[in-house]
Design a protein around this ligand. Structure first.
Ligand code: Z5A
Length: 212
């Protein structure tokens, strides 16, 4: 069985990650595939409990504890959901993955990159996305979108403008194998077209005859 593809969408809050993932999933379905959608943190019973803890503004969390809680959620999701799906040839579309940890816990909180790299490798077993689409959007525009959508602000969204500027800088400057940037100020349809064109150009659209 051919290994499934692993695509990740990253970027600051309100950049349009969830919207884009839903659009990409629709394109995959039109192409005859059934992708699996996941979001971080979350996706297993334990990871969903960790998500509640991590986002709850009622509990302050030490930065190192925060790192390990995000990574515990990732380890659960990778081992129980992502790897089994990829092994069955299913395409996995993930709303956030390891670049988020680098942006929020290293950029935002100031944790050492070496600590993140070692601990993240333990959490993922070295799993790397085939493609990481980074949605570039200034943080204030993302927060405006969240406000307009009437959503409340979670513990991390409340961290303050300097924190979010540091996070945004990590996303903006991210480079590496499979990392590609998209202009998230584009209207939704144009952004989706640009993202799907990239998926096609990289040969990551599943063959219509195959599941995943
Ligand atoms: N976090 C971390 O610290 N460390 C980690 O390792 C990981 C995560 C994995 C998860 O929050 C938090 O955990 C996150 C990072 C941290 N916190 N912060 N801050 P989450 O999953 O609850 O939320 P989020 O990831 O920040 O997503 P979001 O706020 O839901 O934003 P989004 O998914 O990028 O955007 P959206 O929901 O698709 O769209 C937001 C609004 O904009 C909505 O009204 C859309 O209709 C609108 N929209 C979408 N696209 C467009 C375009 N193109 N133009 C105009 N308007 C648009």
């Amino acid at each position: 069985m051919t290994q499934g593809r692993f695509l990740v969408v990253e970027g600051p809050e309100g950049a349009g990650k969830s919207t884009l993932i839903r659009g990409l999933a629709e394109r995959y379905r039109e192409a005859g595939a059934t992708p699996l959608l996941v979001r971080e943190p979350g996706g297993t019973p334990v990871a969903e409990r960790l998500r509640e803890l991590l986002l709850d503004p009622a509990h302050p969390i030490d930065s190192v504890s925060e790192l390990f809680l995000f990574l515990a959620a990732r380890a659960e999701l990778v081992a129980r959901v992502i790897r089994p799906a990829l092994a069955q040839g299913v395409t996995v579309l993930a709303d956030r993955f390891q670049l988020s940890t680098e942006a929020y816990q290293c950029g935002g909180r100031g944790l050492e990159r070496g600590l993140f790299l070692a601990a993240n490798r333990a959490a993922t077993g070295g799993l790397e996305p085939d493609l990481t689409l980074v949605l570039d959007l200034p943080p204030e525009l993302g927060f405006d979108r969240i406000r307009r959508a009437g959503q409340g602000f979670d513990r991390i969204e409340r961290a303050g403008p300097e924190f979010h500027d540091r996070v945004a800088a990590v996303f903006r400057n991210a480079t590496g194998p499979g990392i590609t940037h998209l202009d998230a100020t584009l209207p939704q349809e144009q952004l989706l077209r640009a993202a799907w064109d990239l998926v096609l150009a990289r040969g990551l659209a599943a063959h219509p005859a195959r599941r995943g």
